[in-house]
Design a protein around this ligand. Structure first.
Ligand code: XLS
Ligand code: NI
Ligand code: NI
Length: 436
């Protein structure tokens, strides 16, 4: 039984193609900067949005037409959905997927029953991975949907919620390991606060760190060698999330001795909610050695929340790829489409259009970024801008040969600084446009 009988494997047809079910730029085996496109991206489908998204929003009911779904959230339904998911991913030609434990299997009446449900579905996931060669980019645990987590999970005021979350992550690590997951993600969920009157922030952060250390230890125990990732987000659902942005996450990881175990999963819409650009967050994480993986999506300029739309803006993907190429790529991370079709795009075929668009946008971004790098003009403008540091006093300062006293003597001798040079912002913007 096929869920998408009218759709063949999506093929690369080139920029001239008018076929909306073809790639115009994403050509998996085409080599860019010495590496096939598919290895640059390691594209991944997000199980929660693509197969569990209903189209419901705070103002309205579900809209999505998903003929393979029945009304009861049964294990049979969950297994049927796995087959559909792998048919979709195979036809799309992605190599990876990501899930939360609760995306793939329904909760039971007790933790034990929930774990059994999960095991039943994981068997089928494993079977489908073997059949298709599609791999698990990362697993994670949903520690935010169930009412037991209303105050958070690892940072809850209720110690039992912490314990339940620990049991859940233990299991999530086991199945991620079982499925050969390349990474394991912690996103904050409800780890944050609504106000500080009733919050012991220090205690909550200590607990979060203890929780992550337990995860690292358990991973070692079971032989899971995937990369741990922490996913920054400044707000939603709480008004202040502890994993606010890359800088806050890195500070947390360093303060609590987790830096050697955990990198970051950077998401576009979270970067912009934090008042940064995606490129800023990527650059900041990468320069500190914390760039792990990315959740590719985009927000809407006119809406202030995490709309998780598919990325279609070529400026955005170019900036991402400039930074990712500069810092040597993402693996064992990848480009996970943590993105959903909008509620008005309710037909199954819209899932194909959405992912094709995102993959093509990234492929164009990669090619544009590679062209910019090959041409070298941007780089030489950057180099010239910092030329004063390549010799003379600049080089001496960088080499640690100066202090305030020697620099005062230098400036007293010189009297005034060498004149500043133009930053050439408009020239650079024109230059970037010339590659698009
Ligand atoms: C929510 C997050 C979430 C994580 C996985 O905003 O993006 O989807 O990626 O828990
Ligand atoms: Ni995400
Ligand atoms: Ni998000």
């Amino acid at each position: 039984m096929s869920a998408f009988p009218e759709i063949d494997r999506i093929a690369y047809e080139g920029p001239q193609s008018r076929n909306p079910l073809a790639f115009r730029y994403y050509n998996p085996d085409e080599v860019v900067e010495g590496k096939p496109m598919k290895d640059h991206f390691r594209f991944s489908v997000a199980y929660w949005h693509t197969f569990r998204g209903t189209g419901a929003d705070p103002f309205g009911s579900p809209t999505m037409l998903r003929p393979w779904e029945d009304k009861v959230d049964s294990v049979e339904n969950a297994i049927r959905r796995v087959r559909v998911a792998f048919e979709f991913m195979e036809k799309l030609g992605v190599g990876f997927y990501c899930f939360h434990d609760r995306d793939v299997a329904p909760e039971g009446a007790s933790l034990a029953e929930t774990n059994r449900n999960l095991d039943a579905v994981v068997r089928v996931l494993k079977e489908e991975q073997a059949r298709t060669g599609i791999c698990l980019l990362w697993g994670t645990a949903n520690l935010f949907s169930h009412p037991r987590y209303m105050h958070g999970a690892a940072t809850s005021c209720n110690a039992d919620a912490f314990a339940y979350a620990a049991a859940q992550v233990k299991k999530a690590l086991e199945i991620t390991h079982e499925l050969g997951g390349a990474n394991y993600v912690f996103w904050g969920g409800r780890e944050g606060y609504q106000n500080l009157y009733n919050t012991d922030m220090k205690r909550e952060l200590d607990h979060l760190a203890r929780f992550m250390h337990m995860a690292v230890e358990y991973a070692r125990e079971i032989g899971f060698t995937g990369q741990f990732l922490f996913e920054p987000k400044p707000k939603e659902p709480t008004k202040h999330q502890y994993d606010f942005d890359a800088a806050a996450c890195i500070n947390f990881l360093r303060s609590y001795g987790l830096a050697q175990h955990v990198k970051l999963n950077i998401e576009t819409n979270h970067a912009t909610l934090a008042g940064h650009t995606m490129q800023h967050e990527l650059e900041y994480a990468a320069m500190q050695g914390f760039l792990g993986s990315i959740d590719a999506n985009t927000g809407d300029l006119l809406l202030g929340w995490d709309t998780d739309q598919f990325p279609t803006d070529i400026y955005l993907t170019t900036q991402c790829m400039l930074t990712i190429l500069k810092w040597g790529g993402l693996a064992p991370g990848g480009v996970n489409f943590d993105a959903k079709v909008r509620r008005e795009s309710f037909e199954p075929i819209d899932l194909f259009y959405a992912h094709i668009g995102g993959m093509d946008a990234f492929a164009r971004g990669l090619k544009i970024a590679a062209a910019i790098r090959a041409d070298g003009r941007l780089e030489s403008l950057l180099r010239e801008r910092y030329a004063s540091w390549d010799s003379g006093v600049g080089a001496e300062i960088e080499a640690g040969q100066h202090n305030f006293r020697t620099l005062e003597a230098y400036m007293l001798g010189k009297g005034e600084i060498t004149p500043n040079r133009s930053g050439r912002q408009e020239l650079i913007e024109n230059l970037i446009n010339s590659y698009l």
